[in-house]
Design a protein. Sequence first.
Length: 634
Amino acid sequence: MPSYKEFHARSISDPDGFWREQAQRIHWQRPFERVLDYSRPPFARWFVGGTTNLAYNAVDRHQATRGEQAALVYISTETPSGEPAEKSYTYAQLYREVNRFAGILKGLGVGRGDRVLIYMPMVPEAVFAMLACARIGALHSVVFGGFASVSLATRIDDAKPKVIVSADAGSRAGKAVPYKGLLDEAIRLAQFPPAKVVLVNRGLAELPLVAGRDLDYGRLRAEHMNDEVACEWMESSEPSYILYTSGTTGKPKGVQRDTGGYAVALAASMEQIFCCAPGETYFCTSDIGWVVGHSYIVYGPLLNGCTTILYEGTPLRPDAGIWWRIVEQHRPTSMFSSPTAIRVLKKHDPAFLTRYDLSSLRLLFLAGEPLDEPTAQWIAQGIGKPVIDNYWQTETGWPILAIPRGVQALPSKFGSPGVPSAGYNVKIFSEHDGSEIGADQKGVVGIEGPLPPGCMSTVWGDDERFVRTYWTAIPGRMAYSTFDWGIRDADGYYFILGRTDDVINVAGHRLGTREIEESISSHPNIAEVAVVGVADSLKGQVAVAFAVVKDAGRIATPELKLAHEGDVMKTVDSQLGAVARPARVHFVTTLPKTRSGKLLRRSIQALCEGRDPGDLTTIEDPTALEQIRAAVAR
Ligand code: ATP
Ligand code: MG
């Protein structure tokens, strides 16, 4: 086994040799002719001429060796009592379900290159639908279940699906969230409505069927019970799916993923980063509506012959120990979650972390937003396992930065997601002239082209937008911008310092809202904080903070509140200087976030400036925004 340094250096200097070896991890129906075609930068084509199929690699290939092994374990605590209900599918059973669903889609006229929009809760049928699409060469576009009609309509019009797969309802903390009304309204708003809608009836909500359009999945499944559907052999660069970015910073972009490169990259990452061997169990708590769910609930574990856990529910029901109870029962070796989820658990009794037998678990991976040190330490100590931060984007499909413990168990550094993964030629660039910036200096985190296998091929239907958005932000270079600030230290570890559009300008000083947030967070009574730049006639912009306190007693009266605000400001003064001091610190009990745990800074800022908060479909808790509105009005 080479050291990390050799391993990564070779992936950059000899991409041909490196990825040719990695490509052996998957089945190629027809071998590729070339490893990489980068003749038309920034468009990279990996494994040119090779044909393969994601579903074949995820399901069929394991039939002979793992037919009786569990492939998918569905655990739902969205039951009346909150007690988990389970259903497990072996690789043989998964194969049957995927073939049935593929038969249904084919029967509805869906073929290679057609799109299928999946608007589903976290149920096994959603996974069957994704794999069925892959099987027949159709592109799935999973839209987070429960998104509001307008944003669903926008995604329908962008992807133009032939069929939509949906359900009567999702469920959240034991309460049904009906989908059908939202879906009908979205289809009514859409310019390019689907011809057919396949509906899974969970018996949670009314499910009136529109004649000629809506079809019951249960009935269709019975009709296609014995279908065997051949895999469509896709050229490696042919698209496998479209996934829209979270839209934290702007209009969601339809990230288009290829087939062969994605399969190779995910299979490699399962070993190199996630250290989960074939036959072992992987537990990712994300949602299939997000990229983490695509890559590490569905494709990564299955491509690698693992057992994957599909969890429907919150981390708190029936109690805050549920995830650890699942670990005790199902014995995953790797687990993947997010800092937000851990912060949610942190509000509850730490005894939950030690109540269950976690001996199977080797590593806990966290990604999606900055991992603060107190949260990392709390969970690492609580469960007694190493916590591995990793940094990536919907666009990249798998980690850009991590500690690749499957290659070499490099030490972690708090605050750093680690070092570049295979094939990522990560650099820190000057946003002014595109020059490379040395160690310990802040700049834009960029990736010199080509992006490695598995990353986005283009923006769906809009090559021009792909180039303009990602490849022109770093001047004079064919480099991909992550739109995140970062620093590389002398040991080659990267630190992410916030998004490039989170910079504010106070009286000529450029300040990162993230730095101010970190400073405020270091105050012992602050649990969480969001800082935004708000237009100010005098200073151009001022920082305004919204903070959640740990001990509400300390802000119980208006006088105490004022004193506490001053105290928080002092913390910033002493750490960053008075210029970074927020003009106001408002106290709230919760912050507006997306369901994937990202702060909706754009919406907070809009409210502060008296503007419309914009697209709020991804918001976790709408009342959080009301608190901002009320705080600002005061
Ligand atoms: P949009 O691009 O539409 O505004 P988004 O960027 O929120 O949406 P994602 O692709 O889900 O959508 O998020 C990727 C971003 O999340 C990264 O660019 C980075 O800002 C942040 N992020 C992810 N993981 C980490 C991490 N480990 N540490 C710090 N930041 C992270
Ligand atoms: Mg982004």
